[in-house]
Design a protein around this ligand. Structure first.
Ligand SMILES: Nc1nc2c(ncn2[C@@H]2O[C@H](COP(=O)(O)OP(=O)(O)OP(=O)(O)O)[C@@H](O)[C@H]2O)c(=O)[nH]1
Ligand SMILES: [Mg+2]
Length: 302
């Protein structure tokens, strides 16, 4: 899957990538240098290789790559980013987006479009101006994508969890039936009295009910290591596609890891036995995640 991040220089493309996919803190993006030409990065998600193209927005680079339409070929998802802190740039951004849509047309391609109205926060910006800027941006930008499979969202790197969910939903939108499962899991988690994290084998968090276990999409390092180690045991010693692992200390603290179809992992952390009701709900969730993993595998083989 190929995702292209586009927008004028300084609108926040590299920051969005860094916070959502590369476990960077929002503040760490303040010193980012402008991207030269473009950068590509690979990120595995649900067993799929996602290629993320981060296009430099400075004029000289835009000129250069706009003359090489083949660079854009094969884009599944186009993410145009608008800087809400810089309303004076809207018209230029619009021109750039129109040129790009033309380029895709010439390539006979029609990517899905998710417009980010970005920097929707008051970090280094006056609150009073933000609402007006959002309103004007909507008037200028929503109209232009109406012939496309299109959606827009208000985003900020200072809302890491929300940004991670935005990307999770964008990535999942490529698989027709998965979204319903994720939404169901989100509801089920609310009702289980244990800490539960559903992630893929590469450590992208899909759903969780624990604060502070992820940075963007990326699961905390120690838990990621645990999943990795168990996954190696599953593969090399059990030689099965699914497996369950567990640990417990003297005080009744427990951790349980379920791996389904070498793709989905469900981590459960609890103190003592769960109530019958919670255990029933957890079992339902585990069943559903098994199904979810099956669906992903069959989507891959399609
Ligand atoms: N307040 C705020 N600042 C942001 C946000 N996202 C990015 N920034 C800041 O915007 C500045 C520019 O970010 P970059 O990610 O380098 O911009 P870019 O779009 O990659 O720019 P080019 O590579 O030149 O095209 C940095 O100082 C970031 O900290 C955001 O959501 N809110
Ligand atoms: Mg950049």
């Amino acid at each position: 899957m190929k995702i292209a991040l586009i927008g004028l220089s300084g609108c926040g493309k590299t920051s969005v990538y860094s916070v959502a996919f590369a476990a960077k803190k929002p503040e760490e993006t303040k010193g980012l240098a402008p991207t030269i030409l473009y950068e590509t990065r690979r990120h595995p998600f649900l067993g799929l290789q996602v290629g993320i193209f981060d296009f430099g927005g400075q004029e000289e680079f835009r000129k250069e790559y706009m003359e090489k339409p083949e660079i854009f070929r094969g884009t599944d998802i186009l993410i145009p980013i608008v800087d809400l802190h810089d309303p004076n740039s809207y018209e230029e951004a619009k021109k750039y987006f129109i040129d790009l849509l033309d380029l895709y047309r010439r390539n006979n391609e029609k990517p899905k479009i998710f417009l980010f109205l970005h920097k929707w926060d008051v970090e280094d910006y006056q609150k009073e101006l933000l609402d007006t800027n959002v309103k004007n941006a909507k008037e200028i930008f929503l109209e232009m994508f109406k012939d496309y499979d299109f959606d827009y969202m208000l985003t900020s790197i200072y809302e890491e969890d929300k940004l991670a969910k935005v990307f999770r939903d964008i990535l999942i939108s490529e698989y027709a039936d998965l979204k319903a499962h994720v939404e169901k899991a989100e509801k089920q988690l609310d009702e289980i009295k244990a800490k539960v994290i559903i992630a893929d084998i590469s450590g992208n968090v899909i759903v969780h009910n624990v604060q502070g276990v992820s940075s963007g999409l990326t699961l905390r390092g120690d838990l990621r290591d645990f999943i990795n180690a168990c996954n190696t045991v599953r593969e090399n010693i059990f030689m099965s596609d699914s497996a369950k692992f567990g640990g417990r200390d003297g005080d009744g603290k427990e951790i349980e890891l379920h791996i389904f179809k070498y793709i989905i992992s469900v981590l459960v952390m609890k103190q003592g036995e769960l109530s019958r009701e919670s255990q029933d709900k957890l079992n339902m969730l585990l069943n559903d995640m098994k199904l979810f993993a099956d669906l992903i595998i069959s989507a891959h083989t399609d």
